[in-house]
Ligand binder design. Structure first.
Ligand SMILES: NC(=[NH2+])NCCC[C@H](N)C(=O)O
Length: 411
């Protein structure tokens, strides 16, 4: 059986990818809740959708099959006949304090066609959408000016994070912040019930029912044997060690994990905001993660004796990568050319967050023109997409895409 998920590199020719088209959820962001929802501004819906459609078409024009999360989730729910069970679980995780409100929301949502229900859950439910006749004090006296019964999920277009493909499987992630924790339920229901994915040989290496956080922006597939995972604001060292034990013990093919420690902050929330692989021997890197002499704390996890994990600490990232990838030399291309002003400016708008669609071929945001030109000067083919509204969510082309199938690299 050929797994419907097969990703053994960051750069193998991209064959199938999972996207989510920005929807009404981005217009349910307000200044009061913007930061809690992990946004730094409020996108203009028609333009963000146009930009996302151009991103999707760019991938199709390069031979990529584009699947949409919202469609797969609705298809899975119908295929598994789990509409009520999924809705109950979603409502239970939506922090609704009042049983009367939860019951009314269930009636409201379950009456919709499945895709409409999925998109409404994603968009959020405003208090002015349904008239809930409740006599409970919690309702009549509730914080009346909070405009939502269910919060919007505007980060869903960053499909890279709630689940992460890895070999012939994936992790379905326990996300760090409440604003994103419900997102991984969609991939969970797809893996459990969608005919293309359920019981088709794809492994779930780690599920979302964990205490420790992990997000896909930190999970890079450097080869069929080596992963790089960021120790970051969004992924804990504990999660990495737990995943290593599972991968090493379950014939995943992976033999080494490079746990790369990066600053814990919003701008650099995931490893892929500061470091991405773009060719057999080339990476982008944001100078802001490098200490004196280019030092980056890197912990190499390998199978030890008696199912233990052997951990080795190194600081020369370039050498660690050369040794792990068995290449004679390797280039780390600095974001913004390493300039003290351009690098942080372009990193803020995801100048380091490239999506490789083949070895040496990357999709990037057009706004990061200094980083893009540097990549071209290093022999990389750069395909730019418009990004004025997309970038307001603080994610780039790699964030907005979860590869499901990549061709294996020729040895
Ligand atoms: N893989 C990535 N870099 N994802 C970017 C996610 C951005 C999103 N606003 C968040 O804070 O979670």
């Amino acid at each position: 059986m050929t797994s419907p998920i097969h990703v053994n590199s960051e750069i193998g020719k991209l064959k199938t990818v999972l996207l989510k088209r920005p929807g009404k959820e981005v217009e349910n962001i307000t200044p009061d809740i913007m930061y809690r929802l992990l946004f730094d501004d409020i996108p203009y819906l028609p333009t963000i959708q146009k930009e996302h459609d151009q991103f999707a078409q760019t991938l199709r024009d390069n031979g990529v099959e584009v699947l949409y999360l919202e469609n797969l989730a609705a298809e899975a729910i119908d295929a598994g006949d789990v509409k009520e069970a999924f809705l109950d679980k979603m409502l239970n995780e939506s922090h609704i304090k009042s049983p009367q409100v939860q019951a009314a929301l269930k009636d409201y949502l379950i009456s919709m066609a499945t895709l409409d229900m999925v998109e409404k859950i994603m968009a959020g439910v405003r208090t002015n959408e349904i008239d809930i006749k409740s006599k409970a004090l919690i309702d009549v006296s509730a914080d009346g000016d909070y405009p939502f019964y269910m919060d919007p999920m505007p980060n869903l277009y960053f499909t890279r994070d709630p689940a992460a493909s890895m070999g012939d499987g994936l992790t379905i992630n326990k996300m760090t912040f409440e604003a994103r924790q419900r997102e991984s339920m969609f991939m969970e229901v797809i893996m459990q019930h969608h005919p293309r994915f359920a019981n088709q040989g794809a492994q779930v290496w780690r599920d979302r029912d964990h205490i420790d956080r992990m997000e896909g922006g930190d999970e890079l597939i450097l080869s069929d044997k080596v992963l790089a995972i960021g120790i970051s604001q969004r992924t804990s060292a504990q999660s990495i060690e737990e995943l290593a034990k599972v991968l090493f013990a379950n014939h995943s093919g992976f033999e080494k994990i490079l746990a790369i420690k990066i600053p814990h902050n919003h701008a650099m929330m995931h490893l892929d905001t500061v470091f991405t692989m773009i060719d057999y021997d080339k990476f982008t890197i944001h100078p802001g993660i490098q200490g004196a002499g280019g030092m980056v704390d890197t912990y190499i996890l390998e199978p030890g004796n008696n199912d233990e994990i052997k951990i080795t600490h190194q600081t020369d990232l370039e050498k660690v990568l050369r040794d792990a990838l068995e290449v004679p030399e390797l280039t780390l291309i600095p974001c913004g050319g390493g300039d003290a002003v351009v690098a942080p400016r372009e990193q803020w708008n995801d100048g380091s967050n490239t999506l490789a669609i083949a070895p040496g071929v990357v999709v990037t945001y057009d706004r990061n023109y200094v980083s893009n030109e540097n990549l071209r000067q290093c022999g990389i083919k750069v395909i730019e997409v418009p990004s004025s509204e997309l970038s307001r969510g603080r994610g780039g082309p790699r964030c907005m895409s979860m590869p499901l199938v990549r061709e294996d690299l020729k040895k």
